[in-house]
Design a protein around this ligand. Structure first.
Ligand code: ADP
Ligand code: MG
Length: 328
């Protein structure tokens, strides 16, 4: 009888310590998203995040004909909700900072290659040259919430929308008083707070050469955005050549920069998302120079020859068979 009471007591103690975990999956922004929340109020927090991201998708999607951004693209002129204007302004600041490696006006190029419709094709040089004439952030004018696209320009938030969604979700989790959470928005991981057992967040970096495998594991604590852009995410092959979805706005072709994967770790998820695309376009040397000039992110670059570069701020947080530490 005594033994039995002790067991029940231990069980109660154990249950008292264990924090509940609520998890939800939903489809938005063309991908499956997963949200996991620790502690009380998990159900409410998961629902709030799902509603927020679904709302954002309805505004930002280029493929839903009725979205504010699709309407703007169709008419060349229009009013955007304030948060889409904010996102556009923040994206254009990154366009300037990355010297045009990230450019939301690359959308007509993305379309030309068939990445929005899955009707993939390798366009001719003259088709590319023609569409390139519409590309350039200088074609965008913002006046309050009124946006005008000159020269046939069209915009796409594909490179930053998930980062923006993660950033907004962090604010929601704060408002809801959530203890710890992790969002997995296909290639965009957002950690929030500290798990009840105090352990680090463990993030697997996909092996770009064998996408069922993991090439490195990253350990982070607290609230961080960990975003990866890879040429293995979305691509098609023709005549033995692989064409992927990250475009070089200067050439109008899939970026042929020698990189196959770029991971950015930063406090801000929009920054991390934008830079994962931009550094992919830049290639190793320019990307590392850019990192040396910056102080708001760390990065892991994987080159097509298999070299893994890890910037020094992450060196102690990475587990990987072989890697090169990059110093300032
Ligand atoms: P993913 O969407 O796979 O996570 P990214 O964040 O790198 O990958 O975004 C790629 C998407 O962004 C493309 O599908 C396209 O819509 C858009 N895009 C591609 N190249 C660029 C670029 N250089 N600048 C801005 N947007 C881009
Ligand atoms: Mg990105």
């Amino acid at each position: 009888m005594k033994k039995c009471c002790l067991c029940i007591l231990l069980l109660l103690l154990f249950c008292g310590c264990a924090s509940t975990v609520t998890e939800t999956n939903f489809f938005a922004m063309d991908t499956i998203m997963n949200v996991k929340v620790w502690g009380d109020g998990g159900q409410r927090a998961c629902q709030a995040v799902q509603d927020r991201i679904t709302d954002l998708d309805q505004t930002l999607s280029v493929t839903r004909a009725d979205s504010a951004v699709a309407q703007l693209n169709a008419n060349g002129h229009g009013e955007l909700p304030q948060e889409a204007v904010d996102l556009l302004e923040e994206t254009l600041a990154l366009t300037e900072r990355t010297n045009g490696a990230l450019d939301p006006t690359v959308y007509p190029i993305v379309k030309l290659w068939g990445f929005t419709t899955d009707a993939y094709q390798v366009p001719s040089a003259s088709e590319i040259a023609q569409v390139l004439q519409t590309v350039g952030a200088g074609n965008i004018t913002i006046d309050g919430r009124e946006v005008t696209l000159a020269n046939g320009a069209q915009i796409d938030f594909g490179a930053v929308a998930k980062g923006y969604a993660a950033q907004r979700s962090v604010e929601l989790l704060q408002e809801q008083g959530v203890e710890a959470a992790v969002l997995s928005l296909s290639g965009n991981i957002q950690t929030y707070g500290t798990k009840p057992d105090g352990s680090d967040w463990e993030i697997a970096i996909r092996n770009p050469f064998d996408t069922d495998g993991v090439i490195a594991t990253l350990f982070v604590s607290g609230t961080k955005a960990i975003v990866t852009s890879g040429s293995y995410e979305r691509y098609f092959e023709e005549d033995g050549v692989r064409y992927h979805h990250i475009m070089d706005p200067k050439t109008g072709r899939p970026a042929d920069s020698g990189l196959v994967s770029v991971t950015i770790v930063a406090d801000n998820a929009l920054l991390a998302d934008g830079l994962s695309t931009a550094l992919f376009v830049m290639g190793t040397e320019r990307a590392l120079d850019f990192w040396r000039e910056s102080s708001d992110f760390e990065t892991i670059l994987i080159a097509e020859d298999g070299t893994v570069y890890v910037t020094e701020g992450l060196a102690e947080q990475v587990e990987c068979e072989v890697f090169q530490v990059v110093s300032r």
